[in-house]
Write a protein that binds this ligand. Sequence first.
Ligand code: NAG
Ligand code: NAG
Length: 366
Amino acid sequence: MAWAVFFSLLLTHSAGTGKSEMGTAHFLDGYPKARCLDGSPAVYYMSKGSGAGEKKYMIFHEGGGWCSHGLACYRRSNKRLGSSVNDSETMDMSVADHIKFSRNPQQNPLMYDWNHIFVRYCDGGFYAGDRAEPVTVFGKKLYSWGKHITEALFIDIAGLESSTDVVLGGCSAGAMHIYAHLDALKKLVPGNARVVGLADSGFFLDEEWITPRLNGAVYAHEGESLLPPQCLSDYAGRAGMCLLGPVAMKYLQTPIFALQSRFDGARHKNVPACTDDICTQAYITKFAASIASSFEKNKGGYFLDSCQHHCFYAQWQALPARPLDDISGLTPLQAFASWYGGGESQYSQAAVVECAECCNGTLPIQ
Ligand SMILES: *[C@@H]1O[C@H](CO)[C@@H](O)[C@H](O)[C@H]1NC(C)=O
Ligand SMILES: *[C@@H]1O[C@H](CO)[C@@H](O)[C@H](O)[C@H]1NC(C)=O
């Protein structure tokens, strides 16, 4: 009920929105080591906030897997996720694939008027690589300098030193970066802002399809230094474990809010053996229990839904953004706003997975 009041206040307050959502490119070419895999300058896009949102920042990290050996990194360096050569001067933030950039206060009640930043993922190593020298593959120099991109980013963003609120977000590999590195990132944010994480679709269990590949990625990029020191010592030689949600959450001090499907599309795609209902339901039960126990100790919160997806893409921009929490009827970003304001920390859509209606909003709210 309190929420409904808050909500109508927001709607009244927002009369006359319809601001541009065009983001402007900021190439980090003034920082010699802030380079993509192929050596091109790293880049982020920014759309300025307004009114009460002027001193608040949502810094969102693009996802897109990772590479962990020479050939894969070479291939990646010839594409968008390893290079900024084809990045244009502007980007429409509203189609940057996430409703988190929405300037509509009903869709995005917390952050609709904030500064929105979309960090392009071009290093291939979870924004954390710190290899001293480039590696030459097929005659091409490949750089693992993600950590330098991260450091340059927080220096470069205009006005960040006088910010009051900073949400560090990401999807998929961008969300794994947040789970694993949030405490280190918080130290890099200048000033005294309140800092929280917003991790979309980046919580993965320790399974054979993912963990060995993560170990490979951390060591290939020499990407240990943003990880919690205690995690590195507890998992010596297996630092990739520290990128997994259930492990990262054991060390994380900074509050984090998760948006997560019970049956993440990326996981499902990579584990084709788990196609029957018994296997699926067993996995879902295990997954939900892991999320619940992981978030017990952190002052965080989460929104768990039952549709099979990976990240919250733009097709869910239609109002109300879906799916909805069973009890409060809140959408994921409304739930995030409520949690941020001191509200409930656990939200869930508890339908049987895989629930097609959950994704398109036709499931009645109980
Ligand atoms: C850049 O665009 C050109 C032309 O479409 C394409 O051939 C090239 O592969 C692209 N490079 C990268 C790194 O995306
Ligand atoms: C939503 O999904 C269900 C199940 O696939 C389908 O029957 C229904 O037509 C869909 N509704 C809309 C509005 O897309």
